[in-house]
Design a binder for this molecule. Structure first.
Ligand SMILES: Cc1cc2nc3c(=O)[nH]c(=O)nc-3n(C[C@H](O)[C@H](O)[C@H](O)COP(=O)(O)OP(=O)(O)OC[C@H]3O[C@@H](n4cnc5c(N)ncnc54)[C@H](O)[C@@H]3O)c2cc1C
Length: 484
């Protein structure tokens, strides 16, 4: 089938829910991260030819059947709260805006599961469940805009994961439309199995519904600890994580970040520096009582650590979905998000401090403990996207942050387009070969979200990328008058 014929048929089928108007299509050529056109336009075709908004799995299937017959790339997009061009087309084609796939399909309180359509946001699901005394087991800290399907097809760790595990471990079944248009109900035991689609970043199939395990909306308790001594805070973090009562959420903020918050007037009252550790528990009253004992005894034996007032701890929890609040000092933020071994946190932060001194740059770090072994750590600095040259030089510093993470056993959290040069750090050769085999089997024509996850575009080849970033870093250093 001819490409234009297929696009025309989709337009006809979708009526007002499809658009090829250039103004509307241009809105889909970006995500949350501002990237200068100078870097994007010569390399990628980010403006789609058509945007279609399917209302159900049948319509997703119709688009995929026509697209696969005509070899047209299809990029799924939901909340678009990712930053690596995950939802931005690399080769034009169709953007499948999934945002009409919303709402709860079925709540089964006996089995403690809920079935939801994929573009329902975590905020919407949380609101729905909380009204019934229930809650999701975990949520991303982008819950107000991130969708259930989007988080499943990304890494799926966030608030609550340290206690309840990854989203994949909570999903019982998924409705998925495969690249050839077949609609399937998948479980861990099906062929293909459900877990292939977790972290597949919209490259293997379009998830249209998910059945996930939920929890009771238990009472919570919140603690906010402050200390000028990073070592003691890291020690408390490790002890709390491994104590008898597992916290629901463990979030840390380093001294540079706390100082930046203080300058903006958003640090807790009376706190102008030092590190912060937020510890949140949920559970039965006995669990909360045991948790209180754990925290109080750790504060008692760590002389530099103080417990901030309960109101400050509650406020920190209430602000859990505002992790970008520091951006207002920007206008932009650049940074590296690293999936870091928790045991390396202290040495990573020490190296980051050294890097900040060398570059004479404020590097702020915060993060969530995502599992007993790993934390999602964000190290960022302020940038100005309107100063294109400086901004591009800033991108070389993002690589330096990733290099520090890598030296400490970490790698980028998520791939999309911009992290493809790091594929060799994220996956072993065997893992990458297995991923490519899945892709070849399910999407032999490579129509779903092409150019991402399985390989790098020519100019993002790891070697070119490393040399290019080194050159940019050198220019940056010269402009700063040499690094220390
Ligand atoms: C402030 C902030 C906080 C964040 N906190 C977290 C966090 O705690 N944990 C975390 O993991 N991430 C976090 N993120 C990143 C991002 O928000 C999450 O990955 C989120 O779950 C993505 O959901 P989305 O609906 O926005 O997906 P999108 O950005 O729309 O899509 C993400 C990827 O999934 C694909 N996709 C989306 N929906 C579907 C579907 N139904 N079927 C198939 N493919 C699909 C897309 O093609 C794309 O590749 C954060 C981002 C921000 C800005």
């Amino acid at each position: 089938m001819e490409k234009n014929e297929a696009l025309l048929q989709i337009k006809h089928l979708f009526g007002e829910r499809a658009t090829d108007a250039s103004f509307e299509r241009a809105l889909y050529a970006r995500d949350l991260a501002p990237v200068p056109a100078l870097l994007v336009d010569p390399l990628f075709r980010t403006v789609p030819d058509l945007v279609a908004r399917p209302a159900d799995a049948g319509e997703v299937s119709a688009v995929l059947k026509l697209a696969s017959a005509a070899g047209i790339p299809v990029t799924p997009r939901a909340g678009a709260s990712t930053v690596y061009f995950n939802t931005v087309p690399a080769r034009g084609g169709i953007v499948l805006d999934l945002n009409l796939l919303r709402g709860v399909v079925e709540l089964d309180e006996a089995k403690m599961t809920v079935t939801v359509r994929a573009a329902t946001t975590w905020g919407e699901l949380e609101h729905y469940l909380n009204a019934r005394g229930l809650a999701p087991q975990s949520v991303p800290s982008s819950a107000p805009s991130a969708s259930i399907g989007g988080w499943f097809t990304m890494m799926g760790y966030g608030i609550g994961s340290v206690k309840y595990g990854s989203l994949l471990s909570q999903v019982r079944a998924a409705e998925v439309v495969l690249p050839d248009g077949e609609i399937r109900n998948l479980t861990l035991g099906s062929d293909p199995p459900l877990d292939w689609f977790a972290a597949s970043e919209g490259t293997l199939g379009v998830v249209t519904g998910l059945q996930i395990v939920i929890r009771r909306n238990n009472p919570m308790s919140h603690y906010l600890l402050s200390s000028p001594d990073l070592g003691e805070i890291a020690g408390v973090l490790a002890a709390v994580k491994d104590a008898g009562v597992t916290p629901y959420n463990l979030h840390f903020t380093d001294d540079a970040c706390v100082r930046a918050m203080h300058r903006q007037g958003i640090a807790p009252d009376g706190v102008s520096g030092g590190c912060l550790l937020a510890i949140d528990y949920e559970g039965a009253p006995e669990e909360l009582a045991a948790a209180q004992q754990t925290v109080e005894s750790l504060v008692a034996v760590n002389s530099s650590v103080s417990l901030l007032p309960p109101e400050a701890a509650l406020e920190e929890w209430d602000e859990r979905y505002k992790s970008l609040k520091l951006k207002r000092s920007g206008p932009s933020e650049l940074g590296g998000e690293v999936w870091l071994p928790v045991r390396s946190l202290l040495s990573y932060l020490a190296d980051i401090e050294q890097l900040a001194r060398k570059l004479r740059l404020g590097l702020c770090t915060y993060g969530h403990v995502a599992s007993p072994e790993r934390a999602i750590v964000m190290t960022m600095f302020f940038a100005d996207e309107t100063k294109v040259f400086d901004y591009i030089i800033g991108l070389s510093l993002v690589k330096k942050i990733h290099d520090v993470g890598y030296r400490h056993g970490g790698y980028p959290y998520g791939v999309g387009l911009w992290n493809t040069p790091y594929l060799g750090r994220i996956f072993t050769k065997g893992q990458l070969a297995a991923l490519r085999a899945r892709k070849k089997r399910l999407d032999p024509a490579g129509i779903l979200n092409p150019g991402k996850l399985y390989g790098w575009p020519p100019l993002l080849n790891p070697l070119f990328f490393a040399v290019g970033m080194k050159c940019l870093a050198g220019i940056g250093s010269l402009r700063r008058g040499g690094d220390r």
